[in-house]
Write a protein of this length. Structure first.
Length: 688
């Protein structure tokens, strides 16, 4: 009351805000929630008038804590909104102390409303922000306790016990009786759930000890509150009288000011004309300075964004290379060993090994694909293709998986679906591959049906509806929205295949690029139906040339190939693949050795790795091109080529093969480049 009186006397909105804030908590202690809310709202009003961001953010936190007490109806939503406002404003003013408290309070609210994932996220931030505090033992202990409660709720008893034991140790050290009581109670319940009954009983005794101690304190507080309630009416009268007095004083001041204003207006109007020019000039200069400042900030932000984007791209490129390089060895060696008749008894083990490596490769490709979409670096294409042939090719790709899961694959294409269309064939292929692949993974002893229907939009434009239907495990209604989030799973614990959680997010993002969306109908145990629509241009015939005939691999016999590769396993794999065609292979462990070998010997072609010690593939190629411009050089690399394609070709290389690769395509590419380099010497038997 004295703070309010002083605030009004000094006309200081910050003090008035403080007075109402403390009154709000007083009323809350007396369980008068209506008066508590009224005072908190007045506190917020004057905090805003004081133009003090910290005070305003604190009132947001007060109102969030107030509404979080009532886990019903609109109060939960209001609590969340005020929590977000307080965090946003504290972040703006970089108030780390209050940020820790705000994140902690938000975590408490989320725990009370069973939003465990959000609670955990805010707890991590609360812990980070509180790490550098001085005298933050109570807050740090409370955060630690909430971690214990979170893990206990998740039934992760080991983690819960670790956190709770730390709470007990710290709380004893700093005499935090309430935290001790809470920690002993939850720790006792955790031990009981683990069937450690004797230990649970001992912890329960400790809980009862501190509960009795805290109950006595609470009783004293409640007794004080009873006496305080007798004074509540007087306080309310004083508040009302003070507000009425303020209102009357304001009205009197307003009446006096009106009369004064009438006299002042004439003087102001005359003076305003003179000042107008001055203010216009000053404001213009100020705006110019602000514009320059904003432009500078924008350029700095733009440069930082570009730097982060380059760092992200470099990270993905490095990670993909580091993962693809060993996978190339695993996939290559397993393929070679599968062809060895003496290892037939290990055929199933080798197939499993190769499947696992291919699965990891698919995961890497999915992550890179997500990154490309997010970076908006996706290629746009518009070409003609045979729609039925495309669908047939894609479904045939899953023949092995279909047989493995004992499924039946059906394709139903309506008669009015055009034979040839023009559009983004690659994007459509990726969408269908992901959806059909998902259906195959989550269906056993069932039927997978691919349905195509057409709707004519205009003379040369059609809307195609694609439906992928399966009789698999299905997706629960509550999980149907989350399966389109990255790394989300179907949520069926009874099914052995979990997947990467990237297929459906990729589909959703690819369709968004085509201004389309995907719909899902599913029920547990009854399968799923995914459908989407895409518009294509209808064409009568395909004008593009057919791909060239497959080259005769017998032409590789006797060719001399230099393999520049620092990884010994990859050296072995590449050599074994080529030796089957009677190719003479020479290995160089780095670019420096490769340059010296090319100077000393003649080679029909060079397979050049990019990342190597001493001298990398790009440097070696540039040096070779100084004295030898004819020998074909192929980049045999595990790096993500989209970021390096220009750099690879500018160095003087002729082609690119990405590891791991298809063996037939690998040999065909090598032979094509050898023959292209000798085109001036025609051969009579270049292809079958």
């Amino acid at each position: 009351m004295k703070i309010l009186e002083a605030g009004r006397r000094l006309k200081n909105p910050y003090y008035i805000h403080q007075g109402y804030r403390f009154l709000g908590y007083d009323y809350l202690s007396l369980n008068d929630t209506l008066m508590a809310r009224e005072n908190f709202e007045k506190s917020q009003k004057y905090a805003i008038l004081s133009k003090n961001d910290t005070a305003t953010a604190v009132t947001y936190m007060d109102l969030a804590n107030f509404y979080s007490q009532f886990q019903i109806g609109d109060h939960v939503k209001k609590s969340q909104e005020y929590h977000e406002k307080s965090i946003s404003l504290f972040e703006k003013i970089k108030d780390t102390i209050n940020l820790a408290k705000a994140h902690y309070n938000t975590a408490v609210s989320n725990m009370e409303s069973d939003n465990l994932n959000d609670a955990y996220r805010h707890l991590l931030k609360a812990r980070d922000y509180s790490a550098g505090f001085i005298d933050s033992d109570a807050l740090s202990t409370s955060i630690e306790y909430l971690f214990g409660q979170y893990y206990y709720t998740k039934k992760n008893y080991y983690q819960a016990d670790q956190h709770l034991l730390r709470v007990i140790e710290t709380a004893k050290k700093f005499d935090l009786d309430i935290e001790l009581m809470q920690a002993y109670r939850t720790y006792s319940e955790s031990l009981f759930d683990q069937e450690r009954f004797e230990e649970s009983f001992l912890q329960r005794l400790s809980y009862e000890e501190y509960k009795d101690k805290n109950d006595k304190i609470k009783f004293d507080i409640d007794t004080d509150a009873v006496f305080a309630k007798f004074k509540i009416k007087e306080y309310r009268k004083e508040v009302a009288a003070a507000e009425l007095s303020t209102q009357l004083q304001t009205e009197i001041a307003e009446n006096k000011s009106r009369l004064s204003n009438i006299y002042l207006i004439l003087a102001i109007v005359a003076f305003a004309a003179l000042l107008g020019f001055f203010f216009v000039f000053r404001n213009r200069r100020k705006l110019v300075q602000e514009l320059k400042s904003k432009n500078k900030e924008y350029l700095e932000a733009k440069e930082e964004t570009e730097r982060l984007s380059k760092s992200k791209t470099k990270f993905f490129s490095t990670v993909s290379h580091e993962l693809r390089t060993p996978l190339y060895g695993v996939i290559g060696l397993s393929s070679i060993l599968l062809e060895d008749e003496s290892l037939k008894k290990h055929e199933e083990d080798l197939k499993s090994l190769k499947f696992s490596a291919n699965y990891l490769m698919a995961l890497i490709n999915d992550v890179l694909q997500i990154n490309k979409i997010d970076e908006n670096s996706y290629d746009q294409e518009n070409r003609q293709f045979d729609l039925r042939e495309l669908v047939r090719t894609i479904t045939t790709t899953f023949e092995y998986m279909r047989l493995q899961n004992k499924n039946e694959m059906k394709v139903e294409i309506a008669p009015n679906v055009p034979a040839f269309v023009k559009g983004n064939m690659t994007r459509l292929s990726q969408i269908l591959m992901n959806l059909i692949g998902n259906a195959c993974k989550f269906t056993e002893n069932g039927v997978i049906t691919v349905i195509l229907e057409a709707d004519v939009l205009a003379k040369n434009l059609t809307s195609l509806k694609f439906t992928i239907k399966d009789t698999g495990i299905g997706i629960a209604l509550e999980n149907q929205e989350s399966v389109f989030e990255e790394f989300a799973q179907s949520g069926n614990a009874n099914y052995q295949y979990q997947g990467t959680g990237l297929g459906l997010p990729i589909v959703k993002k690819l369709l968004a690029l085509e201004n389309s969306s995907i719909s899902l109908e599913s029920e547990i145990g009854k399968g799923s139906i995914f459908s989407f629509n895409l518009a294509f241009e209808v064409v009568e015939t395909i004008s593009e040339l057919k791909s060239s005939a497959i080259l005769d691999l017998d032409l590789l016999k006797g060719k001399k190939i230099l393999i520049v590769e620092d990884n010994r396993i990859n050296q072995i794999v590449t050599k074994k693949i080529l030796l089957k065609n009677d190719v003479e292979c020479v290995v160089a462990e780095n670019g420096e050795i490769a340059v010296n070998l090319v100077k000393a010997e003649e080679f029909d072609i060079i397979l050049m790795d990019i990342n190597m010690p001493v001298k990398n593939g790009l440097e070696a190629t540039k040096e070779i091109r100084i004295f030898n411009k004819k020998v074909p050089i192929i980049a045999l690399t595990a790096v993500e080529i989209d970021e390096m394609r220009c750099e690879i070709f500018e160095s003087g290389m002729n082609d690119i093969i990405v590891k791991p690769y298809d063996v037939l395509k690998f040999k065909q590419t090598i032979l094509k480049n050898i023959l292209s380099s000798k085109i001036e010497k025609p051969s009579t038997n270049l292809s079958k």
